[in-house]
Design a protein. Structure first.
Length: 250
């Protein structure tokens, strides 16, 4: 069997197993966007392979970048879903909290766009430049949200084995792979081409294996919304701020 077909099958098989686990655990009810992200991933991989081997290079080019844009959009939707459910009490009590996630996306997109414009390949289409900038912004959001969840697990007793943290950790792995590939893309050498081709795929397989391990067991019966009240969390943050300020003055 052609090795490319084997590589094609590994991803959809793992994704199919993960979809089955989501159905078994009834987790798709809580993670709607994550469930459809996996369905889309299976369809996108098959579509990319088909256009690459049976259609023109131009068709494959537009298919690849169109699906890449949809991948990033789904990533954002999944992260927003997790963020909103984890901080749902904040959404109920503070109207300004609704602006936090979209504001973070805009703040991440601006430096990503400026950075990519500065290092833009002169032969690159402007549309591709925008897509790369959007991808960098999504990666920043993924890593930032992982940092937030890590702090919640560390300091505010959010169970680390809950599904929400597992989903975010998987996307953090994806972002690390994307960043590594992107930085290597700036170095026009043979090693760059090899790494750029395989690093994202390896990080995605690692994320899939992580998600399979997370959803393979029932979620601890603690829920996955943040249990601490907004006022208590804000007070905790103020206390940590005072401690940091005292350390700086020393």
């Amino acid at each position: 069997m052609d090795s490319s077909i084997i590589w094609l099958l590994i991803g959809p098989i793992l994704e199919g197993c993960l979809v089955a686990l989501l159905v078994k655990r009834k987790a798709y009810r809580e993670f709607h966007f994550f469930f459809w992200f996996l369905i889309f991933s299976i369809a996108a991989e098959i579509l990319r392979y088909t256009t690459q081997h049976h259609f023109t290079r131009k068709t494959y080019f537009w298919t690849y970048w169109s699906t890449a844009f949809l991948y990033d959009t789904f990533n954002l939707l999944v992260l927003y879903e997790v963020f909103r459910r984890t901080f749902r009490e904040f959404y109920r009590r503070f109207s300004w909290f609704r602006l936090l996630f979209p504001g973070a996306v805009i703040l991440a997109l601006i430096p990503a766009l400026l950075f990519h414009m500065a290092f833009r390949n002169p032969h690159e289409l402007r549309g591709i430049t925008l897509l790369f900038s959007f991808e960098i912004a999504v990666d920043l959001i993924e890593l930032s949200l992982f940092a937030v969840f890590f702090l919640l697990v560390k300091f505010f007793a959010l169970p680390w084995r809950n599904y929400a943290f597992g989903v975010v950790l998987g996307f953090a792995l994806l972002s690390i792979g994307s960043w590594g590939a992107y930085w290597l893309r700036l170095e026009p050498s043979l090693s760059y081409r090899i790494f750029f081709r395989y690093i994202p795929a390896i990080s995605y397989f690692c994320a899939l294996l992580l998600w399979l391990a997370v959803f393979n067991r029932p979620e601890p019966n603690t829920g996955w919304a943040l249990k601490v009240k907004p006022e208590e969390l804000l007070q905790e943050l103020r206390e940590y701020g005072k401690i940091l300020a005292a350390i700086r003055r020393r």
